[in-house]
Design a protein around this ligand. Structure first.
Ligand SMILES: Nc1nc2c(ncn2[C@@H]2O[C@H](COP(=O)(O)OP(=O)(O)OP(=O)(O)O)[C@@H](O)[C@H]2O)c(=O)[nH]1
Ligand SMILES: Nc1ncnc2c1ncn2[C@@H]1O[C@H](COP(=O)(O)OP(=O)(O)O)[C@@H](O)[C@H]1O
Length: 227
């Protein structure tokens, strides 16, 4: 069996982690894992961790490190047969250290996007809450305005995507991400991409990954379901 590939994508809110992760998953057949999706699944299933996490998310707070690691690390340990790309975890140094003790990462992608760009994107971000599907009126609009493409259900905007809340979220991201980025830099696995447009950044990420993972064969395009 080919060697498994394990990668993490980091970046401030709105930097395009979700958008780029989907492209990586499609092009290279990695499983796209998202901390936000794991949390939403646990909340929907009323698990102990989900009930606890909900109380933080509802208040716009980060979920405590021990809840995140208890939730995610066992799921990652189970993934012995698939290469994966994790989006949204680790967020803090404590999470990164816990992940380190569970697995060896091959690569970390860090997105470096100017504040003005983030502000513009997020103030125009529309979300389908049930699935986490994300739209942007200019970049990837829904087929019918205000409606999810697959379910037809209404799209919503997050209060914390508005400029006032965004400044605080970005400051917080910078503070907590810095030691994580430094850790991965010191391990020699950090690759930083800067720019204002996902479509301009993507070719660089694509060619970096092409040197590390074989491209997905044309015929093998089916979606791999979550375990
Ligand atoms: N205009 C524009 N919008 C983009 C571009 N790339 C992504 N977006 C949109 O910007 C918003 C944020 O992108 P996401 O992929 O959700 O970013 P994220 O880093 O996962 O964000 P968080 O989930 O908040 O951490 C979405 O509405 C995207 O559709 C781009 O190059 N240009
Ligand atoms: N690694 C993490 N550590 C702590 N909390 C997290 C983590 N990932 C996600 N969360 C929590 O889950 C919420 C939803 O995450 P996500 O879907 O990535 O969206 P966003 O960051 O855009 O709100 C976050 O606002 C945060 O409260």
């Amino acid at each position: 069996m080919a060697k498994l590939f394990r990668a993490v994508i980091m970046g401030p809110p709105g930097s395009g982690k979700g958008t780029i992760s989907e492209r990586i998953a499609q092009s290279f057949g990695l499983k796209h894992l998202s901390s936000g999706d794991f949390l939403r699944e646990n909340i929907a299933a009323n698990t102990e961790a989900g009930v606890l996490a909900k109380t933080y998310i509802e208040r716009g707070l980060m979920v405590p490190d021990n809840v995140m690691t208890r939730l995610l690390l066992p799921r990652l340990e189970e993934m012995t047969r698939h290469s994966w790309l994790m989006d949204g975890f680790p967020c803090t140094l404590a999470q990164a250290k816990a992940l380190n003790s569970t697995c060896d990462l091959d690569l970390v992608i860090s997105l470096n996007i100017p504040y003005e760009t983030l502000k513009d994107r997020l103030s125009d971000r529309w979300i389908h809450p049930a699935s986490g599907r994300v739209y942007n009126r200019g970049f990837n609009p829904p087929r019918v305005q205000g409606r999810d493409d697959l379910s037809g259900e209404p799209l919503i905007q997050h209060d914390n995507d508005q400029p006032e809340a965004l400044v605080a979220r970005l400051r917080h991201y910078k503070d907590v991400a810095k030691p994580v980025i430094d850790l991965y830099k010191s391990k020699g696995i950090l690759h930083t991409f800067s720019g204002t447009e996902t479509d301009r950044i993507w070719p660089y990420i694509n060619s970096l990954l092409s040197t590390k993972i074989p491209s997905r064969p044309e015929t093998d395009t089916q979606h791999i379901p979550m375990p």
